[in-house]
Design a protein around this ligand. Sequence first.
Ligand code: SF4
Ligand code: SF4
Length: 80
Amino acid sequence: MMGDQEKTLEENRGKCICEPCPTYNECMRADESLLFCVAGRSATCTFEKKGCICPTCPVTKALGLKKAYYCIKGSEQEQH
Ligand code: SF4
Ligand code: SF4
């Protein structure tokens, strides 16, 4: 059985638009890290804030997300 988080990851990973974001860097690309809003912040990469395109992402709309910079600050839940 898949857990709720795992299911959400599976369903939304393909919709994550982090890749063209100016903050998304080589380290994240190498890790194939995506969907930080659900999975949480990147454990191994460090970043500089260069803009966040999360607000225009279909997952933001689908999950009713209200925050941004999940790759740095952690998932929507962690930011509460
Ligand atoms: S809201 Fe941001 S982290 Fe979450 S799926 Fe969209 S682009 Fe990726
Ligand atoms: S979470 Fe936001 S800032 Fe981080 S890579 Fe994705 S779109 Fe860019």
